[in-house]
Structure formats: C-alpha cells, structure tokens
Design a protein around this ligand. Structure first.
Ligand SMILES: Cc1cc2nc3c(=O)[nH]c(=O)nc-3n(C[C@H](O)[C@H](O)[C@H](O)COP(=O)(O)OP(=O)(O)OC[C@H]3O[C@@H](n4cnc5c(N)ncnc54)[C@H](O)[C@@H]3O)c2cc1C
Length: 361
C-alpha cells in the first residue's frame, strides 16, 4: 500500500499526519515543489496564523461548498472542534482572540515547527524540490516519477502564496476547474481618493445584500481591510456605501458640524467629508463605485477551483478512483477569520479517514 500526497501545505500535511496517527504507519511520499514544507504558513495571519474560528457555520463558506459538505454529512466535522483536537494532537496549543483561533505563541513559525515534528514522528517521506505536473495511469494504479501508488492526494492549494500550483496537473486528469479569481482582496474604486491614502476607520459597509462592520483601510486608488476583503467574495461590481456614523445620531451634526467632524475622524477623512456637497450624507453613506479587484499578488485566496460536482465522498474524484483533491485547490472560499486554513485542515482529515476506511475494509 503506497500513498502519494502532492503539496506540503496545511491540507496535504494534515492528511499525511492524520492517516498515520492511528497505529499503523503507511508508506507515504509527500511531494513538495518548494525547498521546504509549510512555507506558506509563515505568511498567514500577518505572521500570527489564524488557524480557525470559534464560530463556524454555513455563512462562512460559498454555497456550493456548503452543499457539498452537507450532502456527504461533513457539516458535523466542519462545524465542531475536530480541527482543534487534531491541532492539539500535534502539540499546537491555541488561544482565542475575538473568536479567532491562533497558536498559543501567536507565531506562525510555531505551527510550521509542530507540523515538521509530526511529519517526522509519523514517518512521512518528504520529497522536496519535486514539482509534479503529471500522473500516469497504469491500470488501477498511479505512477509519479517511477513509483507506483494506490492512492494520490492532490493538495496543491490555490494560485496565491506559493510559486507553484497544481491546476495543470488536475487538468491533465480531465478535471473541470471553475473560473479562478482573486478573493479576500482589496477593491479598486472609480472615485479619486488619493488624499485618503493610509486612513483607517471603522465603518459599516453595505453593497447589495452584503453588510458588515469593520475597519476600512484606504489606499490611493481603492479600499482594503478585512471587511472589504470579505465583500470581495460576493461582488465585483456595484456601489459600496459606507456608514462612518454607526451609533451616532444624525442630529449630532446639526450644530458646529466642522468642529465635530474634525474632532471625530482622522484628519484626511474629515477633510474629505467636509469637502463634499452633503456632509451628513458623506458621513452616513459615503459612496464608492467598484472598478476592479487588486491582483492575485495582493489576495489571500483563490476563488474557484476543482468543481465540486467532480467529487464524490471524501473529496475523491468521480473519474479516477483513489485520487483525491483537497484544500484550497477545490472550489471553496471562506471568509477572513481562519476559515480557509480550517477548510484545508478539515478536508485533509476527512479525506484521510476516507482512505483509511477503504484500506481497512
Ligand atoms: C498572505 C496570506 C495570509 C493568509 N492568512 C490566512 C489566515 O490567517 N487564516 C486562514 O484561514 N487563511 C489564511 N490564508 C489562506 C490560507 O493560507 C490557505 O487557504 C491555505 O494555506 C490553503 O492550504 P492548502 O494546503 O490547500 O494549500 P497551500 O497552503 O497553498 O499548500 C500547497 C502546497 O503545494 C505546493 N505545490 C503546489 N503545486 C505543486 C505541484 N504541482 N507539485 C508539488 N507541490 C506543489 C505548494 O508549494 C504549497 O506548499 C492566507 C493566505 C495568504 C496568501
């Protein structure tokens, strides 16, 4: 019994470690195109690595993905503490900050270290500098380089955060991939706002049915911050309206308006507001027209991926028995807040259990 896992990110490493953590050690080759495992971990959560979230439900993921995990009964795995229990098993203690789950050290490097120890402990054969773009199908087995495998797990992530990806690899297996776009990304706008560059201010952002309160970060030609990144999962055109007067009654500005605006907002934003024709409207409903997204280089995740109707139980391909696609490679996109790493880990755990069940049958 030999297993190949392609991609040493959260999903691929979680698969390897989990399947070998129940007593029997299987022969697993973990192929990684870079010169080290888990390099992307270091970039996550501004170096803190937001691993998961205390509050996880349908609303945090795209509809197609929720339908998939519901169809195969994985809601209970995703919306429980299974991910945290796995992290605990590999000595990643966690702490919670406003619902977001981080490593106890608040440092992404500790997470990478813990995964490295676990790969060693569970005897995973790591093969670095191994970019895989082809799997040969030989009867019911799969050949990578010259090695034959019974199972192949493709865990190559999205376009972002690594020099490599696995889209060609899965396309060569005739797997359909939905449109790939950057998500959790800042939004460029039509209006001229260079004077606001660098301003950060809490506001209530509305666009179509999207509504969320959070910190908006102004750039010279667009908007960013977690709330804007979350918005980028839903809309790529339309008008964004921002309420900078949450919990402040409009009547407050009836008197001494200039003094109050200048005292309440960062100087650049106050000046921008006071220059507008209707100051109160500018405070309670500042409008911006979406022009485009910033590019993949500034995004956190890739929206789209292996279409979920190509997958049967356990993230296995319908077309090729015993080949699985997991993590960000599939058509899943979660909100900011730990939901994407949570998915990568959970899909690794679920697919490893699926493979294990088949092996022991
Ligand atoms: C700057 C940044 C910050 C982020 N912060 C957070 C956060 O705090 N919380 C959160 O939930 N999400 C965060 N994300 C998203 C999160 O990191 C990803 O969703 C998650 O890492 C996906 O895990 P994965 O295992 O699917 O893929 P990855 O972690 O991308 O791992 C895939 C691995 O496969 C390798 N690979 C690719 N192609 C090949 C190939 N053909 N052959 C061999 N190897 C290959 C890659 O080199 C890589 O090591 C962030 C993303 C970025 C870019």
């Amino acid at each position: 019994m030999r297993i190949a896992v392609i991609g040493a990110g959260f999903s691929g490493m979680s698969f390897c470690i989990n399947i070998n953590s129940f007593g029997k050690l299987y022969d697993i080759d973990l192929y990684e195109a870079s010169n080290d495992v888990g390099l992307k971990i270091l970039k996550t959560g501004n170096g803190r690595c937001n691993l998961s979230n205390e509050d996880i439900s349908d609303k945090n993921y795209n509809k197609e993905f929720v339908e998939y995990i519901d169809k195969f009964g994985y809601i209970k795995n995703y919306y429980s503490d299974e991910c945290i229990k796995f992290l605990d098993k590999i000595n990643i203690k966690t702490r919670v900050d406003k619902g977001r789950i981080y490593p106890y050290s608040n440092k992404a490097e500790s997470v990478k270290k813990a995964y490295e120890y676990a790969l060693k402990k569970y005897r995973i054969n790591v093969i670095l500098n191994a970019y895989i773009d082809k799997i040969d199908i030989i009867g019911s087995k799969y050949k990578i380089y010259s090695v034959m495998y019974d199972y192949v797990i493709i865990a190559t992530g999205g376009i972002i955060g690594s020099l490599y990806n696995g889209y060609e690899l899965v396309k060569n297996l005739s797997v359909d991939i939905s449109n790939l776009t950057p998500a959790l990304v800042g939004i460029k706008i039509e209006e001229k706002i260079a004077s606001l560059d660098g301003v950060r201010m809490i506001g209530e952002v509305t666009c179509g049915s999207f509504n969320e309160i959070g910190e908006i970060q102004f750039k010279k030609d667009g908007l960013s911050g977690i709330v804007i990144m979350n918005l980028s999962r839903y809309y790529n055109k339309g008008i964004i309206s921002i309420n900078f007067g949450v919990n402040v009654d409009k009547s407050y500005f009836n008197t001494n308006m200039e003094e109050k605006v200048m005292s309440m907002y960062p100087f650049k934003l106050a000046s921008y507001i006071l220059k507008s024709n209707n100051v109160v409207e500018s405070i309670y409903s500042m409008k911006f027209t979406i022009k485009s997204f910033y590019g993949f280089d500034q995004a956190q995740i890739t929206k789209g991926g292996v279409r979920l109707d190509q997958l049967c139980e356990g993230f296995e391909l319908f077309t090729y028995k015993n080949i699985y696609t997991i993590g960000e490679l599939i058509d899943v996109d979660g909100e900011c807040g730990g939901y994407n790493i949570h998915n990568a880990i959970c899909s690794g755990l679920i697919s490893s259990r699926n493979v294990l069940n088949k092996i022991v049958k």
